[in-house]
Design a protein around this ligand. Sequence first.
Ligand code: SAH
Length: 214
Amino acid sequence: MGFERCRQQMVDKQLKRRGILDYGILEAMGKVPRHRFVPPELTLSAYHDGPLSIGKGQTISQPYMVALMTECLELEGKEKILEIGTGSGYQTAILAELAKKIFTIEIHKCLSDKARGLLTDIGYKNIEFRIGDGSKGWEEEAPFHGIIVTAGAPEIPVSLMEQLIDGGRLVVPVGARSLQTLYKITKQGDSFNKKEFTSCVFVPLLGEYGWKEN
Ligand code: SAH
């Protein structure tokens, strides 16, 4: 089966059937070549229903999780978005398809460099890359309409809540190192509305507002 058909099956079976209805997300995930974001030896597994290893002990998230987290951001196309954990750059590509400008931070230089090369090669021009501790956010560029954390945090990073615009959304997995709950936090004036989604398993968010390295 060709990659385009694999991708369409992924959209139909893994996303639509599980209730992802946002047309823009389905279209973006039907378009972005996920197989280019995984190591060469995993190319044939790129459209499988799960996360995959991308080196440095890190993973590219399950397609459904990418779709669900993107849906939580409620994108309309005009937003400025911050992503913590560039990883393979796949989630970054989906965001770049659906929002105006993406700021993405990765703690591992080699992953950031690789993702930057690939995303530039595919042709994205609305992404800014940074190497460093994203748990602190990106203060010079704040505030953001949406912030997405693609690694598991021990608690909701206050630093990131502070970098949201009024009405902005923070999507973050929070919990133990080995199992988290996905939260969507919406800033409403001086308060924050917290909604709980599914259980999930992400690699740990490191850094000042994350887990301290072993
Ligand atoms: N969105 C990525 C997911 C990668 S896994 C994808 O779909 O490919 C999470 C990533 O977060 C890893 O690459 C890890 O190195 C990175 N990470 C962990 N803690 C971080 C921090 N404090 N700042 C930036 N990146 C971090």
